[in-house]
Design a protein around this ligand. Structure first.
Ligand code: ATP
Ligand code: MG
Length: 369
């Protein structure tokens, strides 16, 4: 899919903005703190109703105003989609899809597909496991909104269990109530683990092919789901396996006052030619793996939804060498891309249509033509 246009009123540092986009490459160029990322953030909001930078709506509304508006018009293979968001201080977001008001934010999911790639993602491999879990969770949730719901519930149950465990340490009588929480935890946790395993299996196949191409067949990438619970072939057996592990770990859990096993401890193993790249990879290798994973994510969304997502590249081009830039753009010839950059010469090899190079200066956007 691609976006035809964007309108902003009182969003971040913008008073009013109306842009028409190219179906392929759009570039926002300007100095720091001018409003480039703000535009990408607005686009992202129309996909998930969430920002990738803040959870506070107030921050999205222009400092001296009390309400903001975002509108995008998108084109899909068979239909057009219009998404409008109204943000108002102290109120719930109001979202309209094709003119109809939605009762829940989650109803917006599965309309505008967006993948963001930022310098943070280049660190995906070398950061701690929580970053990789976030990667997995966000990707699955985009394709399957119910996953988010399970994840939120799991996290709540986990918190309750941890609280209870701390109390049991001083008051053994409370032990009787532990089973209820255990059962909820293993049921929700098993759902998460099965989804994650399915996702990683597919992302592994796709990223391996992409990685081979980027490295000219020199590197063999493997991503592996690393769970603290032994996974079985079906739901029931995995549930049993989780239950057994929880029972065995009870003493340790009570001593430590926390739940030591479960999907909240999951990680994604990343191996290149059999070597764990999280610990032993060079920076360049880690970046290339991150790039392969992101590109695989785009293919996966295409496979699931029959639409290519929109790609937001925030400040990432200057971090990639010419070879990788060229690969990225070539591999994504059917994807609409929004690029932010401080310098056009960071986009060495790209032949961008001049009309779609937008200069951003203190919340004013203009093009060269
Ligand atoms: P960089 O190249 O450093 O990433 P950028 O052009 O991407 O810069 P943005 O993050 O888009 O910059 O915009 C940052 C600017 O927006 C800052 O000057 C900030 O003060 C301003 N800003 C952020 N939120 C608001 C708001 N709610 N109201 C008014 N201005 C805001
Ligand atoms: Mg920025």
């Amino acid at each position: 899919m691609y976006l035809k246009s964007l309108k902003l009123i009182n969003f971040r540092n913008y008073n009013q903005l109306a842009l028409e986009f190219h179906p392929k490459i759009n570039v926002f160029v300007g100095e720091n703190a001018q409003g480039k990322t703000n535009i990408l953030e607005a686009i992202y909001l129309t996909s998930t109703a969430k920002s990738f930078r803040t959870s506070k709506d107030r921050e999205l509304i222009k400092f001296d105003k009390d309400r903001a508006y975002i509108k995008v018009e998108g084109k899909k293979r068979y239909t057009d989609t219009t998404v409008e968001l109204k943000l108002e201080e102290g109120k719930k977001k109001q979202i309209k899809l094709n003119g109809m008001t939605l009762s829940k934010n989650s109803e917006l999911l599965n309309n505008v597909y967006v993948v963001v790639f930022s310098p943070e993602d280049l660190k995906l491999i070398k950061e701690g496991p929580s970053e990789r879990r976030k990667f997995i969770d966000n990707e699955i949730a985009q394709m399957k909104p119910s996953y988010f719901h399970h994840l939120n519930r799991y996290n709540k149950v986990l918190m309750q269990r941890n609280n209870l465990i701390k109390k049991i340490y001083h008051n053994k009588k409370l032990m009787d109530t532990l089973d209820i929480w255990n059962e909820k935890l293993i049921e929700l946790g098993t759902k998460l683990m099965m989804e994650r395993e399915r996702f990683v299996t597919r992302i592994n196949l796709l990223s391996r092919l992409i990685h081979r191409k980027i490295t000219e067949n020199k590197e063999n990438l493997e991503v592996r789901y690393m769970s603290s619970i032994e996974l079985k072939n079906d739901f029931k057996d995995t549930l049993e396996s989780f239950r057994k592990t929880l029972q065995e770990a009870l003493d340790v859990d009570l001593q430590r006052g926390t739940t030591t096993f479960g999907p909240h401890r999951d990680d994604l193993g990343v191996f290149v030619n059999g070597i764990d790249i999280r610990s032993f990879g060079s920076q360049g290798q880690q970046r290339t793996c991150a790039l392969s994973l992101k590109l695989a994510e785009i293919e996966l969304i295409k496979g699931e939804t029959a639409e290519y997502p929109i790609l937001l590249l925030d400040d990432v081009m200057s971090e990639l060498d010419i070879k990788r830039q060229t690969f990225l753009i070539k591999a994504l010839k059917d994807v609409q891309i929004f690029i932010t950059t401080t310098e056009m010469n960071h986009l060495n090899e790209l032949n961008v249509n001049k009309e779609y190079i937008f200069h951003v200066k203190n919340a004013v956007v203009y093009n060269e033509s």
